[in-house]
Design a protein around this ligand. Structure first.
Ligand code: PEP
Ligand code: MG
Length: 573
């Protein structure tokens, strides 16, 4: 078994086709007539642009405008007078052939892009190398690998796939993709998802373990690949594939349907995201909004400095606009605990989960961290239905401090005439035992609740959420946690505020019936869980679930609750 990064969900079964672009040998040849050579370059440039335009148009109709944008980006590079002018000058000044001038200039730009921190800029390096090779192929009269005509049942294996190679794929014939390089957000991974071809990328040294004609099976969600699997594994993957396709197809009927229980209770099914790019999936799976945008991911990855207020503003605005007026709950920075950010220079806490993190840290570092984030959020609120959510709140003073700060920043924006939503809602995550115990007090002041069961379970049970040795205690079905959840929902509902849940429990099929019975308004989860949850919810009646919830709440142990709920769900199938 080979392990890589999951890039596109689904099970791929087929025959390996190794795609290796013929190595381009570019030599430095001198030319006599540099003017004629410049014309030769212009001809090749023209043909490459026409080919790219045709590929982009084909992709736009077969897949979508958004995906074709990647090739539009190639066109922009090809049309950039700085780039082409520099190539022409190199040909003229150095009296060298076009192929070599292209090599020199494009490689220089590619290495500049590759050395930048920004992932998008690094992607530009791939794009630059892609157009470089395509122009050189045209000049050398070499055909590109004809991916469009691969035989049915092919598993495409490559060191890396350029976007233009991926764009040429016919999904009817390619049942899977495995590459040695690439990442979840590389353009070829984005295209694989758009084409709905299962893909595993970043499988170390894979090319030396596979040859043309080998049988390959892969699980795009788990990021695993087998070469020439034994009969048991092959049968297991065949069954998995059947199930994946059947389940997926069946769930499509829930796209565009409202999320209403059989007795007419409307709830919201929204998504958890970590980056603006994740919105694509939210829309694909018909999310009714975003219930949790974990903004710390904008601060993490390979960054060496904090995102600026403007960078944050652009990210929040992009999400708000893409959701077109649907609610977008953005959580302010939740770092510390297990989420470290090296460049922030935070000291190591003795008890990280009980220490200097989230709102505690933000209120202590208003000037460099919290104010820029709140200002970015307020400015972005002019572009959609943004709500602000405060994490790890334990006492009302923290919430009041945030409100005060927001009011101060609003006054500043007013003075400068900068637009923002004056009625922006500010709510809290209820994820500490303290906040739960005084949920009635919070409910009178805050605009909404979102229950963070990941932490609420940890803090209620006094059990580190990441410690395997004591994970037997970590269950949302523990009677103490269940009581806490029910109490929070009741307090919120009595005060007339929206109560959501964005912890993992919100998409647990065994938990959903209980949450509906308790009166939860909003369920926030990973986008790919939305349609299944809608299916479940629309088949329940909250009235009928009251008895189930009463029974579940009557048990003394986690085991009894879990067994009862497992049997209840199994009984539905
Ligand atoms: C939670 O605690 O339930 C939650 C959603 O937040 P996180 O997992 O980011 O701590
Ligand atoms: Mg949390």
């Amino acid at each position: 078994m080979y392990k890589g990064t999951s890039a596109s969900a689904g099970i791929g079964i087929g025959t390996a086709v190794i795609v290796e672009e013929a190595e381009l040998v570019i030599r430095r040849e001198t030319v006599e007539d540099e003017a004629a050579e410049v014309e030769r370059f212009k001809g090749a440039l023209d043909k490459t642009m026409k080919d790219t335009e045709a590929l982009a148009a084909d992709l736009a109709t077969r897949v979508g405008e958004k995906e074709a944008e990647i090739l539009q980006g190639h066109l922009m590079l090809l049309m950039d007078p700085m780039l082409t002018g520099e190539i022409e000058n190199t040909i003229s000044n150095e009296k060298i052939c076009s192929e070599y001038a292209i090599e020199q200039v494009c490689s220089m730009y590619a290495s500049v892009f590759a050395s930048m921190e920004d992932e998008l800029m690094q992607q530009r390096a791939t794009d630059m190398n892609d157009i470089k090779a395509r122009m050189q192929r045209v000049l050398l009269g070499l055909e590109s690998v004809d991916i469009a005509s691969l035989p049915a049942g092919s598993i495409l294996v490559a060191k890396d796939l350029t976007p233009s190679m991926t764009a040429g794929i016919n999904p009817a014939n390619v049942t899977g993709i495995v590459t040695e390089l690439g990442g979840k957000t590389s353009h070829s991974a984005i295209l694989a998802r758009a084409l709905e071809i299962p893909a595993v990328v970043a499988v170390n040294d894979f090319m030396s373990h596979v040859k043309n004609g080998d049988q390959v099976v892969l699980d795009g969600s788990a990021g695993v690949v087998y070469v020439n699997p034994d009969a048991d594994v092959a049968a297991e993957f065949a069954a998995k594939r059947e199930k994946f396709l059947k389940d997926k197809k069946e769930l499509e009927q829930y796209i565009g349907k409202p999320t209403i229980t059989k007795d007419g209770v409307h709830v919201e099914l929204v998504a958890n995201i970590g980056k603006p790019e994740d919105v694509e999936k939210v829309l694909q799976y018909d999310g009714e909004g975003v219930g949790l945008f974990r903004t710390e991911f904008l601060f993490m990855d390979d960054r060496t400095a904090m995102p600026t207020e403007d960078e944050q503003f652009e990210a929040y605005k992009a999400v708000a606009e893409a959701l077109k007026g649907k609610p977008v709950i953005i959580r302010t920075l939740d770092i510390g605990g297990d989420k470290e950010i090296p460049y922030m220079g935070l000291e190591k806490d003795e008890n990280p989960f009980l220490g200097y993190r989230a709102i505690r840290l933000c209120l202590d570092r208003k000037d460099d961290i919290y104010k820029p984030q709140l200002r970015a959020l307020l400015r972005a609120s002019a572009y959609g239905n943004i709500k602000i959510m405060v994490p790890l709140v334990t006492c009302i003073d923290e919430y009041r401090a945030v409100k005060e700060l927001a009011a101060e920043l609003m006054a500043e924006l007013d003075e400068k005439g900068i637009a923002y939503n004056k009625d922006i809602q500010i709510g809290i995550m209820v994820e500490t035992a303290a906040a739960s115990l005084i949920a009635d007090i919070f409910a009178k002041e805050v605009d909404f609740f979102s229950i963070g069961t990941n932490d609420l379970t940890q803090y209620t049970m006094s059990v580190d959420r990441g410690n395997d040795k004591i994970s037997y205690l970590y269950s949302t079905f523990n009677p103490a946690v269940l009581r806490s959840i029910k109490h929070i929902i009741t307090c919120g509902r009595e005060a007339g505020i929206m109560v959501g849940m964005c912890g993992e429990a919100a998409s647990d099929p065994m938990m959903i019936p209980l949450l509906l019975a308790f009166g939860l308004n909003e369920f926030s989860m990973s986008a790919s869980s939305i349609l299944y949850s809608r299916k479940l919810i629309t088949n329940f009646s909250t009235e009928e679930l009251q008895a189930v919830a009463d029974q579940a709440m009557s048990f003394a142990t986690t085991k009894e609750v879990e067994e009862y709920m497992r049997a209840f769900i199994a009984g539905l199938e």
